[in-house]
Design a protein around this ligand. Structure first.
Ligand code: ATP
Ligand code: MG
Length: 168
């Protein structure tokens, strides 16, 4: 199980880079995106173009930042987790990416215990990747690999807007 966390750019793109490499080897990949919203992300359009890639995004098209969580966001995150459970346990996919799941955990939309349980019960051959800032300690603890993307510089702080095809 791998975790990509931290405040620097590259978590989601690293996960998709891994997906691309795996697809090159004929492996099957399923990406489930939690709380994805605000932008019309480019990755939403790749599943039709690549063999062996499935992608489903759960989000309302807005940034979720508020604590406490809104009901609708909790419901969507629970749906995303239920799908994750089904996909992982089926053993049909070699790589399962739960994009931004760490943020959903940080916002308490879903319970950390549930994700920990899911990680522990996954079939051995399934490579699981959890992305998002603020990975909880319990998740870091059970991971085999944890990479922290650390912001050194980002053009956002100079007022550069997010760019289509680069940031979204
Ligand atoms: P990416 O999707 O580009 O790999 P990420 O997954 O590491 O980024 P998130 O925290 O998921 O980063 O970021 C959500 C959005 O904000 C993405 O469009 C991302 O490119 C952008 N972003 C990432 N890091 C930063 C940062 N340090 N400052 C501003 N924007 C950022
Ligand atoms: Mg991301």
């Amino acid at each position: 199980m791998q975790v990509y966390t931290g405040n620097g750019k590259g978590k989601t793109t690293a996960a998709f880079g891994l997906a691309l490499r795996a697809i090159g080897r004929g492996l099957k990949v399923y990406v489930i995106q939690f709380i994805k919203g605000g932008f019309d992300y480019g990755e939403l359009y790749i599943a039709d173009k690549l063999p062996n890639l499935k992608l489903k995004a759960f989000g309302r098209g807005k940034f979720v930042t508020e604590k406490p969580a809104e009901k609708e966001d909790v419901k969507l995150a629970e749906e995303a987790l239920a799908l994750a459970e089904k996909v992982i346990k089926s053993g049909e996919y070699d790589i399962v990416i739960l994009d931004e799941v760490n943020v959903a955990l940080d916002l308490k939309l879903i319970k950390t215990e549930k994700v920990v349980e899911l990680v522990k019960s996954k079939p051995r051959h399934v490579e699981l990747v959890l992305t998002g800032r603020y990975a909880p300690a319990e998740i870091v603890e059970i991971a085999d690999l944890v990479t922290e993307m650390k912001e050194i510089k980002h053009p956002f702080s100079k007022g550069q807007q997010a760019r289509k095809g680069i940031e979204y």
